[in-house]
Structures are given as structure tokens and as C-alpha cells.
Design a protein around this ligand. Structure first.
Ligand SMILES: *Cc1c(COP(=O)(O)O)cnc(C)c1O
Length: 352
């Protein structure tokens, strides 16, 4: 049963946005060719190429784990390695799928502020061991925005890309929340990716308001060689592809992908501004996208749970709140009010 009242535990709690739903309905009028040979998939692919201002190669898959792990598998041999941040989704939340789909390429994790990799960390791995006993670094993956909602600036992406090129590494970007990053930085998708030196992008649709689906974009088309077979073998070739692709087409054409992200980001900023300074409440990371991580005393967390709020605690003793295209201001304000009540009651002796 769905929650009767909106929760902010994950941006995946949101439903399907109206434009994506309308696209599915429109794609459902009559039949169409299967496996991507349909007009909707052509329209979506062209919308991507227009939006990214380049003739990239792209593929639609069901989810982010598939997009990331198949993309990374395409960049590495089984005896090579992938440099990632220690909090990267590919490392902590994909059940070993990148290693599995690459037949054993190893993920090398580097510690970084807010989940961000640095050129120095990349260089340390790439140059630290060059002997036959160590899995040769071949790819770097960065998450934009990171799992804790931090952004790489265009300069930082450019610096990382230059480091990669210098060291013979390919650069992948996990853009599960790509649209949120675009909204925050206010730059073009091209500037945040291929113009900065990104080779392959996983672009998230699900957290942006679709029912399902991520896109994998190869800016260097040579790297996409055989990727269609990789998708099929991995069970990621949708037979009724049009239902994956139509929402992309419509959401690019109407601009909903940007508007959805802008709303989510604005909700995160609003929430953070309301809870800043509450006694015992600490905002753990700069709020640069649609995530707010709060450090809360255990009794405050318990009291929130008692009042019916659902949230995750998977990073330390923090509480994560995520905002999406459908986040309701009244519901956010109700959460803020509960936090005010709970933290205020802790301070006053009569409070219970
Ligand atoms: C949600 C998410 C993904 C995709 O996860 P799936 O559940 O496989 O769709 C990938 N990367 C990051 C950073 C995410 O937050």
C-alpha cells in the first residue's frame, strides 16, 4: 500500500510526472515496431542529441545500476580497474554489478569530501602501482551531483578529465540526478559533459519523474561498439522500447526535465533554510541539489519516526531527506513544524 501522506525518504518515492504519463498514453495509441525501431525512440534519441548539441550514441536501459555497470564494463577489460569515490553508488549500492558485468574489473575507492574525487586521488591510484600484479586503472567514474548532493564545478570536471586523458583513463559520469545538477549549475548539458571531457554519461530518468528508465550516452561513439549486444545480454533491451523512450522525448520537448529538477532543488533549499539553526540540528553537507542530510540527536530521530516520518539513516547518524518533482510545500512545512516542536520540547524542562 502506498504511503497515504508524502514522505521524503527517497526521490524514488515520487510517482510519474504528468508529461511522462501523457507520453506513455500517447505511445500506447496503436502498435509500433519492437526493440527500439519505433518513431518514439528516434524522437527521444534526437531530443538527446539536440539537448547535448552533439551526435552522440545512446541507449535506453531500465535502471541506473544497469546504465552504470554496463557503461563501465564497456570501458574496461576484466583485468583493469575503475577509480571511484568511497561513497559512489557503483561501489556501495549496486551489489557488485559493475564488477559482475565487466567480468571482474575492480573498483578502487578513494576517500573524498562530499563524495568527490580529485585529480590528486586519481593520480595516486594511476601512478601508485604500475606492475603486473595490480589491476590496471582504466576508467574513472564521478557522480554529478554526488550521493550527498554535492556538485563538481565545470572547472573541477575539466581538471579531472584532463588528468584522465593524461593518464590514459576514460571518464564516466553517473548522472542519476543529472537534471538537478544542470539546474543548480545553470550550465548546458554539453558544458557539463563532453565539452568538459566526459566520455560516457548515465542520465537518470527515474528520479527526474519517469516511471522507469535511464539513458547511456557515448560522446565518443567508438566506445559504444557492441554496447547494443551488452544491453541485450544483460536483459536490458526493452522489447516495447517506446514506453521507455517516449517519456524522454516529451520531457525534453516540454522542458519538464528541467522544471522537475528545479522544483526538487528549490524544495531542498526551502527545507534546509527552515531547519537551519534549530537546536541540535546540523545540516551536514552544502545543499547544492535535491538532498538535505541532517545530523540529529537519536531521540529527535526517534520522535520523528514516532510521528510517522520515513527517512534513511545510511550515512553515519544522519537523516536523509530527498525532494522530487512532486514534493509538496505543505508537507515539507509539516515536517519542519514537527522538527521545531520536537527540538523545542527537548530544550524546555516541561517538554516531553
Ligand atoms: C538512484 C541512483 C542510481 C540508480 O539506481 P537504480 O536503483 O539502479 O536505478 C545510480 N546512481 C546514483 C548516485 C543514484 O542515486
Amino acid at each position: 500500500m502506498p504511503h497515504t501522506q508524502q514522505q521524503f525518504a527517497s526521490d524514488n518515492y515520487a510517482g510519474i510526472c504528468p508529461d511522462a504519463m501523457r507520453a506513455i498514453e500517447q505511445a500506447n495509441r496503436g502498435s509500433a515496431q519492437a526493440y527500439g525501431d519505433d518513431p518514439w525512440t528516434v524522437r527521444a534519441a534526437n531530443a538527446f542529441r539536440t539537448t547535448f548539441e552533439t551526435d552522440c550514441e545512446l541507449f535506453f536501459v531500465f535502471n541506473g545500476t544497469a546504465a552504470n555497470s554496463l557503461a563501465l564494463a564497456a570501458l574496461c577489460q576484466s583485468y583493469e580497474s575503475i577509480i571511484a569515490s568511497d561513497t559512489a553508488h557503483v561501489e556501495t549500492d549496486e551489489c557488485g554489478a559493475p564488477e559482475f558485468f565487466s567480468n571482474g574489473a575492480k573498483i578502487l575507492v578513494a576517500r573524498g569530501e562530499g563524495g568527490k574525487l580529485t585529480p590528486d586521488a586519481i593520480r595516486a591510484f594511476a601512478l601508485g602501482r604500475t606492475d603486473i600484479h595490480f589491476p590496471r586503472p582504466r576508467a574513472v567514474t564521478i557522480t554529478q551531483p554526488t550521493e550527498t548532493g554535492q556538485l563538481y564545478s565545470l572547472e573541477e570536471i575539466g581538471d579531472i578529465a584532463r588528468t584522465c586523458r593524461e593518464l590514459g583513463l576514460r571518464l564516466h559520469m553517473d548522472g542519476a540526478r543529472f537534471a538537478n545538477a544542470i539546474d543548480s549549475l545553470g550550465c548546458s548539458p554539453a558544458d557539463m559533459t563532453w565539452r568538459a571531457g566526459v566520455d560516457v554519461l548515465s542520465f537518470g530518468g527515474t528520479k527526474n519523474g519517469m516511471a522507469i528508465g535511464e539513458a547511456v550516452l557515448f560522446f565518443d561513439r567508438a566506445l559504444a561498439n557492441g554496447f547494443d549486444y551488452r544491453c541485450k545480454q544483460a536483459g536490458q533491451l526493452a522489447s516495447k522500447m517506446r514506453f521507455l523512450s517516449a517519456p524522454w522525448a516529451v520531457m525534453f520537448e516540454t522542458g519538464a526535465w528541467r522544471a522537475n529538477a528545479a522544483h526538487a532543488n528549490a524544495c531542498a533549499r526551502h527545507f534546509a533554510a527552515q531547519v537551519a539553526g534549530l537546536p541540535g540540528v546540523e545540516i551536514l553537507f552544502p545543499v547544492q541539489a535535491n538532498a538535505v542530510f541532517l545530523k540529529l540527536p537519536p531521540d529527535v530521530m526517534a520522535a520523528l519516526h514516532e510521528r510517522g516520518w520515513v527517512f534513511y539513516n545510511f550515512i553515519g547518524d544522519s537523516a536523509r531527506f530527498m525532494f522530487a518533482w512532486d514534493s509538496d510545500r505543505a508537507r515539507i512545512d509539516a515536517l519542519v513544524q514537527d522538527l521545531r516542536d520536537i527540538t523545542g520540547a527537548r530544550l524546555s524542562p516541561e517538554g516531553s
